[in-house]
Design a protein around this ligand. Structure first.
Ligand SMILES: [Zn+2]
Length: 328
């Protein structure tokens, strides 16, 4: 029996395996970030490319095709993703879009004859980040993929895809796992405090695991303890101290903290940082709603790009000044 990459993906995986004989030529795996869609796409590609599949359709893990895929060298597999780019100042950053050249490369790739006798697989992840030109370049091959060609698109926000792309795909929705399943799995990964971490991660177990593994959990406590006492907060010192946090970690912390303040202010309850329920309950009613909303909106916008062109410490200091201002 070939197993799903995570226990909560079992049903989705069985559905894919059942379609192994006649797979969807354009598959859209849709669902929130952090539930394992990428891993599912990956083992599905492997199952399709494997040259000695198991009776249930899963990959064998030992044939040449499986080895090539594992080493990133399978000639009939193409992964289209965000590339790293180096700017004029020599800084390397992740591109924010999949560009049209990459889409054209995929179109050319599927026109070639396959190297091996089986399928050819194009994985597009994250499909949400196809820019308009790239999406348009893919439309025609998605509509009528060449023989034995399978596209797998992975999307956190399928509504951001062009409707014409969506309509050409067979969609498989991956929802949040039941909390019990996720907590049990996290506990099996030696994550202590799994329930709290899962809540903090909005119910997505892989995000919770990243928190636990990233060591940023210790930093989280320090950051939130400072944010919980805005009257004592020193923007200059903290800006310097926190500039080493990864942009993603900082964004998640700030976004969820502001979200909790709003939730307390408007609905009287904490959504994410349950271990900070007391200070949040104290701060929420003190917050100036307009200023809190303005900062929360800015945080949401920042989350869309997560690029930091400015001096990081200065940027954090400016944020902290605005944050302090929320409380008068
Ligand atoms: Zn194999």
């Amino acid at each position: 029996m070939s197993a799903a990459p995570y226990p909560w993906l079992d049903a989705a995986w069985q559905r894919l395996l059942a379609s192994r004989a006649r797979p969807a030529q354009a598959l859209l795996l849709a669902g929130p970030r952090g539930v394992g869609k990428g891993a599912l796409a990956r083992i599905w590609a492997q199952a399709l490319l494997c040259e000695a599949p198991q009776t249930d359709g899963g990959a064998c893990g030992t044939c040449p095709a499986c080895h090539w895929l594992a080493s990133g060298a399978h000639p009939d597999f193409l992964r289209v993703t965000l590339l790293e780019k180096t700017n004029r100042e020599g800084e390397t950053r992740m591109a924010t879009a999949i560009e049209v050249e990459q889409a054209r490369e995929a179109v050319d790739f599927v026109q070639l004859s396959t190297y091996r006798a089986g399928y050819r697989v194009v994985l597009i992840d994250p499909a949400d980040n196809l820019n308009l030109a790239a999406a348009n370049a893919l439309l025609k091959v998605l509509e009528e993929p060449p023989l034995n060609t399978v596209f797998v698109l992975v999307s956190d926000q399928p509504r951001r895809l062009l409707p014409t792309i969506r309509s050409r795909c067979t969609r498989l929705d991956i929802g949040l796992p039941p909390a019990g399943t996720a907590v049990r799995w996290l506990a099996g990964q030696d994550v202590s405090d799994a329930e709290n971490l899962l809540a903090l991660s909005g119910g997505t177990p892989l995000a919770a695991l990243r928190w636990a593994e990233g060591g940023e959990l210790d930093e989280r406590r320090g950051v939130l303890e400072s944010l919980a006492r805005p009257e004592r907060l020193d923007p200059v010192t903290l800006g310097e101290r926190w500039k080493t946090l990864s942009p993603q970690a900082w964004h998640t912390l700030a976004y969820k903290w502001l979200g909790d303040l709003l939730a307390v202010r408007l609905r009287g309850r904490v959504q994410f940082n349950r271990d900070f329920a007391d200070p949040l309950a104290r701060l929420g009613p003190q917050a100036n709603l307009a200023r809190l909303l303005a900062l929360a909106r800015m945080q949401t916008d920042e989350g869309r790009t997560l690029t930091h062109p400015l001096n990081r410490a200065l940027q954090l200091q400016a944020w902290l000044v605005r944050y302090r201002h929320i409380f008068g």
